[in-house]
Design a protein around this ligand. Structure first.
Ligand code: MN
Length: 317
């Protein structure tokens, strides 16, 4: 019945142990950060766990309400490389605009997916008049072979919805229970929203080749016999055939997973890369206004600037 708060020495372990017949999980507790004026619970990357499959970044934003004089979320122009930004909207409306010219409002029940590849820049802003925000924002690292793929933007207004026993599921990416999401992905992975309205329990079948994480977004859960609160991420390692969930009242959780990414990646600021040299080049190109990142016209927010790269000594290069 216990869960282990694995320390850094065991964080690389992708198989959670079974103790007295009970599968354990690694409990990751969110730290609070600020994104565009909104407090967010950041789960990945974490000192204890950097990746789950190719998922390399996970923020739970809100639920937040804004007063009339508050602008809501305002994130100015900033670049990305070698990743996909993935937004799952639960409440509120956010406008995305990017350097390719895409302009898209995302509404509850929809996914926005921006594939950065060799380079793109974008802004995100609460739609004027909208007074609330509840969303999960994630990044998916691109495999080495696709790291410099052509940038693109995709919007998914309709996603597969189905019942899993006592749970209502929305499949955000990947496949599950014979359903397939339309969402573009570059490595085997899954993202699924799970909702419940009353007390109950449900076993979820899992793919033993995937590692998984489950994060309550509203209302707590009991995961394989151990309680898990909102903004606590349970890391469920590889070689697990199922997970048992118990719930009461009503609530919502996000399941993410995938095959472990077959590469070492570096995450710095808004960049993901397979080498530190690629990060340095991206940062220099952003500073220089290189056309790989284009321009986002008429942004409300200021162009974001990265801190100095910690591994690079001043004066070098
Ligand atoms: Mn972004």
């Amino acid at each position: 019945m216990s869960t282990s708060d694995c320390d850094a020495a065991t964080a690389l372990d992708r198989e959670c142990p079974t103790i007295e017949g009970q599968r354990e999980f690694q409990r990751i507790i969110a730290r609070t950060s600020d994104v565009g004026g909104i407090p967010v619970a950041r789960l990945l990357p974490h000192r204890q766990r950097r990746l789950i499959g190719a998922w390399c970044f996970l923020d739970h934003a809100g639920p937040a309400r804004f007063e009339d004089d508050q602008p809501g979320l305002v994130v100015g122009p900033h670049p990305h490389i070698c990743l996909q930004t993935f937004t799952w909207m639960i409440a509120g409306e956010v406008l995305h605009r990017d350097s390719l010219g895409y302009e898209q409002i995302i509404r509850p029940g929809q996914v926005n997916l921006m594939t950065a590849g060799k380079g793109i820049s974008h802004i995100e802003e609460t739609v004027p008049g909208c007074r609330e925000l509840h969303a999960a924002q994630l990044w998916i690292a691109l495999p080495y072979a696709d790291r410099f793929t052509a940038p693109r933007f995709d919007h998914y207004p309709e996603l597969p919805r189905f019942e899993l026993g006592e749970l209502s599921a929305t499949l955000l990416v990947g496949s599950y229970a014979g359903q397939q999401a339309p969402t573009l992905s570059f490595s085997p992975l899954i993202g699924m929203d799970l909702q419940w309205r009353q007390k109950g329990q449900q076993r979820l079948e899992l793919n033993p080749a995937f590692e998984y994480g489950i994060l309550p977004l509203e209302g707590g859960l009991i995961v394989d016999g151990s309680p898990l609160a909102v903004d606590e991420l349970a890391y469920l390692g590889l070689k697990r055939e199922a997970v048992d969930l118990e719930f009461s009242g009503g609530g919502r959780a996000l399941l993410i997973g995938g095959e472990p990414l077959d590469a070492e990646i570096t995450i710095w600021w808004n960049f993901v890369a397979h080498s530190k040299a690629d990060i340095e080049r991206a940062q220099d190109d952003w500073h220089a206004g290189h056309d790989r990142f284009g321009e986002v016209a008429d942004a409300r927010g200021r162009r974001l600037q990265p801190p100095d790269i910690p591994w690079r000594r001043e004066g070098k290069n």
